[in-house]
Write a protein that binds this ligand. Structure first.
Ligand code: HEC
Length: 193
């Protein structure tokens, strides 16, 4: 009987201990999230698409990719920045650490409208996400470098990137924008005042 009681007490102690550890891990993760990339990166540098960016982020600009037959656009890209990014960029001509840029990629539908031949956003294909990290704080992670964290997310899975190496899958295409920290800033009117 005594042994059973001791076993019970020991079991309860283990349970309480485990939940305290879990809680402190959770708090550490939350604190991390707040300090790195406005909550889009965890301690290891895994990124995700923030759920509320369409209402809390700032609109930067959009890009229309011409259709191969020349009629309208085959893709629309819509770019957002995390809160405060525009003011900070205007002052310092750089995005501060933790700035998040999100580029939505849409398929389009093209029709004759009263304004002419018009392409509008249709199905969302997914998101490109970049997080500013001038200190290069994840040198061991192949999704971080050159002052940013980089990832693509398919529309169905905003929490898990399909990108494995930014140098191979992102950077070469951003070389023309290298002088402006790899970002195509000319496309974003709010940054120019
Ligand atoms: C095929 C070339 C290409 C590849 C590959 C590519 N990008 Fe881009 N990216 C561009 C171009 C060009 C723009 C601006 C014009 C546009 O959207 O068409 C852009 C814009 C962006 C933007 C908006 C901010 C900016 O730089 O203007 C983000 C964010 C972005 N890319 C992230 C990524 C990430 C992350 C990857 C890799 C997972 C990646 N890109 C791969 C060419 C590319």
């Amino acid at each position: 009987m005594k042994i059973l009681q001791i076993a019970c007490v020991a079991f309860v102690v283990i349970l309480v201990g485990a939940s305290a550890v879990r809680q402190s891990q959770f708090r550490a993760r939350a604190a991390d999230a707040a300090s790195t990339g406005a909550g889009v990166a965890d301690r290891q540098g895994h990124l995700h698409v923030p759920a509320d960016y369409r209402t809390t982020y700032q609109f930067l600009g959009s890009w229309a990719i011409a259709a191969d037959d020349g009629r309208g656009s085959k893709e629309l890209h819509v770019v957002y920045a995390s809160p405060g990014a525009i003011d900070a960029y205007r002052k310092g001509k750089h995005f501060p650490d933790g700035t998040v840029l999100i580029k939505e990629v849409f398929k389009t539908e093209t029709a004759e409208m009263t304004t002419g031949t018009v392409s509008r956003a249709n199905a969302l294909k997914g998101w490109f996400v970049m997080v500013r990290d001038a200190a290069n704080s994840h040198p061991e992670n192949a999704l971080w470098g050159d002052g940013w964290g980089w990832s693509w997310f398919d529309a169905g899975d905003p929490l898990r990137t399909t990108t494995s190496n930014y140098k191979a899958q992102c950077q070469a295409c951003h070389v023309p924008a290298q002088a402006s920290d790899w970002v195509y800033v000319d496309g974003y009117p709010p940054l120019q005042h």
